[in-house]
Write a protein that binds this ligand. Structure first.
Ligand SMILES: Cc1cc2nc3c(=O)[nH]c(=O)nc-3n(C[C@H](O)[C@H](O)[C@H](O)COP(=O)(O)O)c2cc1C
Length: 311
């Protein structure tokens, strides 16, 4: 079984990938999406989204990190994919699942699930731009308003040249509302020859087992569950015990001190508060800590609070 750490824009950044993959058992990470309109990004932008490019495209624990692109124009997508792989991205992932209004309004993300032929053209152009030895994956939802075109979309991605697809088992209009329809992944998978990865609502080892059974997929992708329980991949693969709260406090401090540049540090208080939103689901200690930190604006104060409260 492979476990992929899901791309999560504004949440799973470089620091988070380092921390989560350090606990082991992730096989692949996908970056937050790079939104492609009608330009080629400069290397500096790719390095910002994926500093791992300077480490051979891997986290310190050796997990490959693939750059994700989102956009509608095959040629611009292909050009940017080419640059990303030249810079060392060990493959490319394409985003056809983003539900954000602004993105969809400009014909990016899940809105393209209404046009399987456009999906085909994008994947095909990117495939030709990416060296043949590097993998190309794509991530889709079950559809935009309904699942009528799910199969056509998956086949278009495969036909265009994707080596693997991940299916987040909900339509765009379902947002993140449970349940994820793992059984529909199974229907789609039947006609595919490339590996299909199941995604959506895997919070526990039991969920992972159930999802694999119902979807028929060997491999899974986990997003929010990995933030709620940072060693979820190890729990799923090796029955490791869930990480104790004291270790979570250590991780929070590591996360808070990981970023060195002032700009990134400016975002940290909000990023940490956001992480608490997920930790509250798993840890009874989290709400108390959150109450204490919610009014703090400065990262040094947040670190001091965590150090003080964890004793
Ligand atoms: C805050 C947030 C940001 C996300 N950003 C991305 C993204 O950049 N690219 C992408 O393909 N999916 C993105 N997703 C979707 C996740 O990768 C994943 O498909 C979804 O959360 C369902 O999986 P989960 O139930 O394991 O979280 C995002 C989800 C969330 C909640």
């Amino acid at each position: 079984m492979k476990i992929i750490l899901a791309p999560m824009e504004g949440v799973v950044d470089h620091a988070m990938r380092e921390l989560l993959t350090a606990s082991g058992h992730y096989d692949l990470c996908i970056t937050e999406f790079v939104r492609v309109v009608d330009q080629c990004y400069k290397p500096a932008y790719f390095y910002k989204i994926c500093p791992e490019l300077k480490q051979n495209g891997r986290t310190h624990s050796g997990v490959p990190v693939r750059i994700q692109l989102l956009g509608q124009h095959p040629d611009w997508m292909a050009e940017n994919a080419h640059i990303a792989t030249e810079l060392g991205s060990p493959g490319i992932d394409l985003n056809f699942g983003c539900p954000a209004k602004t993105v969809n309004k400009h014909k990016g993300g899940a809105v393209l699930l209404q046009e399987p032929e456009t999906l085909y053209k994008i994947v095909n152009a990117v495939r030709r731009a990416v060296p043949a030895h590097l993998p190309l994956s794509a991530k889709m939802r079950l559809g935009y308003e309904n699942t009528d075109l799910a199969q056509d979309c998956a086949l278009a991605l495969e036909g265009g040249g994707a080596d693997m697809i991940t299916i987040h088992a909900r339509t765009k209009i379902e947002g993140y509302r449970p349940p994820a329809h793992w059984h529909i992944i199974n229907d789609i998978r039947q006609d595919m020859t490339i590996p299909v990865v199941a995604n959506g609502d895997i919070w526990t080892k039991k969920d992972a087992e159930k999802c694999r059974k119902i979807s028929g997929c060997d491999d899974i992708m986990i997003g929010r569950g990995a933030l709620c329980l940072p060693n979820l991949a190890a729990v799923i693969k090796t029955d490791e015990v869930p990480m104790p709260w004291a270790d979570i406090c250590g991780l929070l401090i590591e996360y808070a001190t990981f970023q060195r540049d002032d700009m990134a540090r400016g975002f940290l208080p909000n990023r940490i508060k956001q992480w608490f939103h997920y930790l509250k689901r798993q840890y009874p200690e989290a709400p108390h800590f959150f109450e204490k930190l919610k009014t703090l604006r400065n990262i040094e104060e947040i670190i001091a609070m965590i150090l003080h409260e964890r004793c």
